[in-house]
Design a protein around this ligand. Sequence first.
Ligand code: FES
Length: 140
Amino acid sequence: MADPVPGLCTCFGLSAEDLKRLALERGLTAVGELGDATRAGTGCRTCVPDLENLLETLWKLHPKPASKPATPDTIVRDAIRPFLLKSPWELNLIDVDEATIRIRAVPRGETCRTGEDTLRQFVENRLKEMYRPDAVVVFV
Ligand code: FES
């Protein structure tokens, strides 16, 4: 395997210029979207703050694309997972049926009951705020 090219995301050899160009071409405004398109930020994750800065700066200088409606998938990816980077939890969206959202919380390390309750409350509040107020979040 070749050494990664020095750049913004060294895990995947992606330069800031490559990422900016792709973000502009595809209208990518969130780190999760860049990750889906290129894998940037999905390895060691040390570049995530730099990716956030890159996107923030980029979209200050260019007109933002029309906003897309939030879905449970994009909310989990862009508005919940980034806050869990240092937590002992990983979230997997299982499925969505109208207002019912099934999520699996997988511990990555030691956890406690209070932490799990806090996680559930945070996830449910985010989905109710950003998706629909009548959302029912079921942890499976
Ligand atoms: S440097 Fe980007 S994921 Fe590791």
